[in-house]
Design a protein around this ligand. Sequence first.
Ligand code: HEM
Length: 121
Amino acid sequence: MKQKNIIALALILLSSGFIFSACLPEKEAVVVEIKPTPEVNYTLEDVKGHKTKADCWQAISGIVYDFTPYLADAKHPGGDAMAKDCGTDATFRYENDPEHSDYAKSLLPEYAIGKLVVAEK
Ligand code: HEM
């Protein structure tokens, strides 16, 4: 008898769980658009020509970024720490000083303007 009650209770709980979950709103799919890097090539010489906070290009891991709007909007949680790296290949500093989060990484594509290439001799 006791066993039957337990089974009945389990069935009630199970079916109410199904009913409850059917009433929940459907989860909306999160669409993440990844902006492709523009097919434009820049050399480190090109990057060096944009070395101020008001005109700031940086190369990070083979991609060239124009962070001028990011700095102008004072969006960087590390303040002006990144401004020192304008006009340089900032890969090492970006990855180690500090090691940036996945969130920081997700911000990069918006500022990508092209690829870093080695100048032809
Ligand atoms: C390459 C030069 C860079 C340097 C030296 C640098 C430096 C720093 C420092 C010192 C902090 C710590 C702030 C604190 O917690 O007190 C920080 C945090 C942060 N930085 Fe940078 N940064 C650089 C580039 C960037 C870039 C290019 C982005 C994105 C466009 C970025 C996004 C962030 C974000 C979102 C944080 C908050 C912590 C995290 O989510 O990782 N930084 N940065």
